[in-house]
Design a protein. Structure first.
Lengths: 328, 477
């Protein structure tokens, strides 16, 4: 078996748009859960709305900045819709409402009734909405090689997308780093630890929770944009499992840390590709088919999530004393 | 405006149905006149040296499609056959292996196309001494889902397609029950009310367990959908692989569910409770469990629909509505079991203890109730109910699939939230409402948004009356 090729694949996946998209989504989830203690089970809904917002706006002729703005606005409105009624209720109500709302977005998006706008269950092909983003690239259309990886500079799954994506991740991390140390971030952490105590200090807990939900949702939408810029908008590719993977990533890296979501995403995708590639190389295809090996990867993800919560809820970078997962 | 549009729609649908029937009748009559020999397909029975490949071609809601030519190709060479009046072809094969079934699309009843054109030709694995079945659904052109939808688990070519495994949710929403589609001679509204009630009763059975667990432990079990799938898949294996009769398959799957519930509590959740792990952590554990089990089902069974009973059960006309015998039996079983559970909760020792633990575990423990033993039995009963519900729902929906429980999970959550978290009677009421909403929403919404309407209700309930119909306000804290 070709280990060089395997490690090239692992490296490519770790640096690739999927890892970037999940890192952004996990950063958003970190603001929800790590900082504020909100159980958002619908992060995929934010990603999907961001993706639809961006793609549909671009197809309608919007310039790049407006398409980003539409995506972000969609996520903000979605967060307000979800947050206003439920943030006063107990934590697992928010969980059920967010997961249901994300499913509604997906079902409506893939519905045949909206085929003209969203493309139904076939979705929107990448070429329909990638133009403005690719045109914004300062690089010539070419193929570049860095180490073992050769990619197009601008088109689709490109260096340009990676540069923009990782810059977004870097900016998001800087923002979270500043927020954690700001008075605003300290209030959020206070809400996570003891909501009543914060309320007793005269803070508007509801308002802070809502702000956190909106901000985290916006990062989810940005993640969704990166996700679809590499492929296409397809409602079913941003369903419930995406949310669950994002949770695994966050808990793996360490909730309530700045770099935890990024580390989690790198490790998650690297490990997943490694396990699949390794099994494909070692196990003969008549014992396990390619699809079955793929499923083994997802079974391991599920088990990892269980094990993390049971044995190491603080993840790799987290501080166990800081993070007591309790719903409010 | 909306009402007018809706009436137009239903009229158009009814006309469509009548037209389809005409076409089918014509096809039937030409077949009978043209080639009477086809009517007498010799039935095939599997033995040690023979395998049967049964293919059924049907128009959902209308009935079997006769006169469809298909070709079976494999180790035994190529066999061509034409479906009989029951829409069936039974091919006897003497060599095990993979056979390719190709439906000749030009022989389909006029005005219909294959529902899943991507699955033609399809590969069916045949083993000696067994029957392998395949149902081909044909629909009027408008109802065919766009291609690619059924290929939920397409193999990913390279490592860059990291998202390939994430579209696990696709497909199953398209599964419509035969009950919901009005055949000729039925009143569409009455038919939908019936379909909604049937679906609601079955959903209640599946959802009741989740509510019992929530009531006694405060845990929202996200793996409950997979327990439903477990029931359906066990019944599928029992009938299709082990050749058990259906009633025994139902018993086996219920027992398998109970065993799974006991194991989960014993191995995972009991120890977590003893270590004082919070309910929210436990909920995330159930999510991991659900992901692992879902992928496990996909690993073992693939993404294809796995019908427990091949073939379509005969439909009976009762007043203005039609119902298949299979659904009638399912509902009967569900109602009996629901009644037994209600009686047990109200009158038996265990039932009273369960309710005491739901009310206040500490107080229950202080009065001498063994809380852990009660919770263990609640897990067993709850998972067994979910599995039984899974079998019955699979019979009602005509098939089961690796993700069929997980698509129902949120409907079950909607039902128990609507009825009142922790209230068993509420779960039944809530499920009935959800069942009716899901089916009746097809009057105004496209049918692929049926489940979405139930989720909208879930959110509205949380907005307006978070304790649900029968819940108590103090639970929502």
């Amino acid at each position: 078996m070709d280990y060089g090729q395997l490690f090239t694949n692992v490296l490519n996946e770790m640096l690739g748009p999927t890892a970037i998209a999940y890192a952004l989504a996990a950063i958003g989830l970190n603001i929800h859960f790590g900082l504020t203690g909100l159980i958002n089970m619908g992060q995929a809904g934010f990603m999907l709305l961001g993706a639809y917002g961006f793609a549909v706006a671009t197809i309608q002729g919007a310039p790049l900045w407006l398409a980003f703005l539409v995506a972000i606005t969609a996520a903000v409105i979605f967060a307000l819709l979800l947050g206003l009624p439920t943030l006063k209720l107990r934590g697992d109500y928010l969980a059920i409402v967010t997961i249901a709302a994300a499913e509604i977005v997906r079902m409506v998006g893939r519905s045949t009734a909206l085929t003209d706008i969203t493309g139904g269950s076939e979705g929107l092909t990448g070429n329909a909405f990638k133009g403005t983003f690719q045109d914004a690239s300062p690089f010539p259309d070419d193929r570049w090689t860095l180490g073992p990886i050769t990619l197009a500079t601008n088109t689709s799954n490109s260096w340009w997308l990676r540069i923009v994506g990782w810059s977004l991740v870097l900016l998001a991390c800087l923002l979270v780093w500043r927020l954690i140390r700001s008075p605003w971030g300290r209030v959020l952490k206070g809400i996570r630890e003891d909501e009543d105590a914060v309320r007793a200090l005269g803070k508007n807990v509801y308002g802070y929770k809502l702000q956190a939900l909106v901000l985290g949702g916006v990062f989810g939408a940005l993640g969704g944009i990166v996700f679809v810029l590499a492929s296409s908008v397809q409602a079913d590719s941003l369903g419930r499992p995406v949310t669950f993977n994002t949770w695994t990533i966050l808990l793996l890296g360490g909730a309530a840390t700045v770099l935890g979501p990024v580390l989690g995403s790198l490790l998650f995708w690297g490990a997943l590709v490694f396990v699949r590639g390794f099994l494909r190389g070692v196990v003969p295809p008549d014992v396990l088919s390619v699809q079955q090996i793929e499923q083994i990867g997802w079974i391991l993800v599920g088990l990892t999530l269980m094990m993390l919560i049971i044995f190491r809820p603080q993840g790799i970078l987290g501080d166990k004393k800081e993070l007591a997962i309790n719903a409010h | 405006m909306r009402a007018v549009a809706c009436r137009d729609r239903s009229v158009a649908l009814r006309r469509g149905g009548a037209g389809l029937l005409l076409v089918l009748l014509t096809a039937l009559s030409t077949l009978v006149v043209g080639s009477p020999a086809h009517a007498a397909t010799t039935p095939c029975s599997p033995d040690d040296a023979t395998a049967c490949l049964n293919v059924t071609v049907t128009v959902p809601g209308t009935g079997p499609a006769a006169g469809v030519a298909l070709e079976v190709e494999g180790e035994d060479g190529t066999v061509t056959a034409t479906t009989d009046d029951a829409g069936k072809v039974s091919v006897a094969l003497t060599t095990a292996g993979d056979y390719t079934v190709t439906v000749d699309e030009s022989t389909l009843p006029a005005g219909t196309v294959l529902r899943d054109p991507d699955e033609n030709p399809a590969v069916v694995t045949v083993a000696l001494g067994r029957s392998a079945g395949r149902i081909v659904q044909v629909v009027p052109p408008g109802q065919a889902p766009p291609s690619g939808q059924t290929e939920t688990a397409s193999p990913s070519a390279g490592p860059t397609t990291g998202a390939a495994g994430t579209d696990l949710d696709a497909g199953a929403e398209a599964e419509a029950s035969a009950e919901a589609s009005a055949g000729p001679g039925t009143n569409r509204y009455a038919q939908l009310v019936l379909a909604g009630t049937v679906f609601g009763v079955l959903l209640a059975l599946a959802a009741l367990g989740a509510n019992l667990i929530y009531g006694t432990t405060g845990l929202s079990n996200f793996a409950h959908g997979e327990l439903v799938t477990l029931g359906g898949m066990t019944a599928f294996m029992a009938v299709q692989w082990w050749d058990l009769p259906l009633w025994l398959a139902i018993v086996v799957s219920t027992a398998a569910g109970g065993l799974a519930g006991w194991l989960l509590n014993r191995v995972v959740f009991g120890p977590l409770r003893r270590r004082g792990v919070g309910v929210t952590q436990q909920m995330i554990v159930t999510i991991g469990l659900s992901l692992a089990m879902l992928s496990g089902f996909l690993f073992f069974f693939g993404a294809r629909p796995a019908p427990i009973v091949s073939g379509i059960s005969q439909r009976m006309q009762i007043g203005p509505v039609q119902i298949s015998g299979q659904s009638l039996v399912s509902v009967g079983i569900a109602l009996v079991v629901l009644a037994v559970v209600a009686f047990a909760l109200a009158r038996t020792r265990l039932g009273r203890a369960t309710r005491a633990v739901s009310d206040n575990p500490a107080l229950a423990a202080a009065t001498g109730i063994k809380v852990e033993a009660v919770i263990s039995r609640v897990w067993i009963v709850s998972a067994a109910l979910a599995s039984l519900g899974g079998v019955l729902l699979a019979l009602y929906l005509n098939t089961t699939r690796f993700n069929f429980g997980s698509t129902l999970l949120l409907l079950m959550f909607a039902a128990i939230t609507l009825g009142g978290l922790g209230s068993p009677l509420g779960a039944v009421l809530g499920a009935l409402v959800i069942g009716l909403v899901v089916e009746l929403s097809t009057l105004v919404l496209p049918s692929d948004m049926r489940y979405a309407s139930a989720l909208v209700i879930l959110i509205l309930v949380l907005l307006l009356r978070p304790q649900g119909i029968l819940g108590r306000a103090e639970r929502i804290g």
